[in-house]
Design a protein around this ligand. Structure first.
Ligand code: XMP
Length: 314
């Protein structure tokens, strides 16, 4: 699909028609995260299927501060019939003891689809609508990483989980999805929303993501997002590294966690540049994290572009 002459109206009509003919007279559920991709695809399905669509939001325990409740409210305000599923314990059990990034991603993906399979069954749905976009597929199939929402393209059969997958946005890139969101009249909060990975804070803790570590990175993430709001960065976040570092707090030696801050500019996440943040801003972020998240002893800033790095650490 050409990136320049994208026509949201024509795309929308075609996508609605495609969902309607795939799903026929059956029911579907839509997996929603509150991000622009899944919200747009759920709304396309809502237009196509009306009340035969149910939206579900999974609280997997890896969301940001206050995110599950706020997202469900927002999705409801867009006219989606949405249910919040609390699966925190199930996800923690699934990733307990896992340190390898790909193993964590695969365990997350398996649990994600198991929970969705149960939701589909209880709603009598044969189809799952999800917001997979082209780079998700390209990077997963290309072996860069296991994206949490790619199955069919890897030769995995979603019917094992109890549904068939419908992906109305699979040929689009982020800027086109944002255009569609604006065309649909979605609030800026969604259409211009910063991407957040499906596995969430699970992959923002390098190595084993214990509840304690997830909680630390959650608080640091809030600070980075607050301090970088208004910069227009493509993504801005905190990552909790493995290992510890020595510091001095209140005259006493501490042996605390290490947080990396990453802020990048990008169009479509396929390539990215580390943002050249003003030094006083970097210092403020570091000071706030050290002071407000007492478990942290050191803050680093990542200056690596993509390539050679990826945006996320895992
Ligand atoms: P990387 O780290 O590969 O990330 O440069 C590219 C973009 O994809 C996001 N990302 C994900 N999004 N599920 C998602 O929905 C995932 O498993 C996933 N992994 C990475 C990442 O935040 C960036 O925007």
């Amino acid at each position: 699909m050409g990136r320049v002459e994208f026509d949201p109206k024509a795309f929308l009509e075609k996508a609605v028609e495609e969902v309607r003919s795939r799903v026929g007279g059956e029911r579907a559920i839509a997996a929603c995260s509150g991000g622009v991709d899944s919200t747009v695809s759920a709304l396309i399905a809502r237009i196509a299927l009306g009340d035969r669509l149910k939206a579900v939001y999974i609280d997997d325990g890896f969301r940001r501060l206050g995110e599950p409740e706020a997202t469900v409210q927002l999705l409801k305000s867009l006219g989606l019939d949405v249910e919040l599923i609390d699966a925190k314990q199930e996800f923690y059990n699934a990733v307990r003891g896992l340190r390898d990034a790909e193993e964590k991603r695969k365990a997350f993906r398996h649990t994600f689809y198991t929970v969705l399979g149960r939701a589909a069954k209880s709603w009598g749905a044969r189809f799952l609508v999800q917001g997979t976009i082209a780079p998700d597929i390209i990077e997963t199939v290309g072996g860069v990483k296991t994206q949490h929402n790619v199955l069919v393209q890897l030769g995995l059969d979603p019917r094992a989980y109890g549904f068939e997958v419908v992906e109305p946005l699979r040929e689009l890139y982020k800027p086109q999805v944002r255009q569609l969101a604006r065309y649909l009249g979605l609030p800026k909060e969604i259409s211009e929303k910063m991407p957040f990975p499906g596995p969430g804070l699970l992959i923002r803790v390098v190595g084993e993501a214990t509840p304690e570590k997830v909680d630390i990175v959650r608080r640091a993430t809030r600070i980075v997002e607050e301090e970088t709001r208004g910069l227009g960065a493509f993504q801005a976040f905190a990552v909790l590294l493995e290992g510890r570092a020595t510091g001095v707090k209140g005259g006493k030696r501490v042996y605390g966690y290490i947080v990396a801050v990453r802020v990048v500019e990008s169009e479509d996440a396929v390539t990215a540049r580390a943002s050249e943040l003003p030094y006083p801003l970097l210092k403020r972020i570091a000071n706030r994290i050290i002071n407000e998240v007492p478990e942290v002893a050191r803050v680093l800033y990542d200056v690596t572009d993509k390539p050679p790095a990826t945006i996320e650490f895992e």
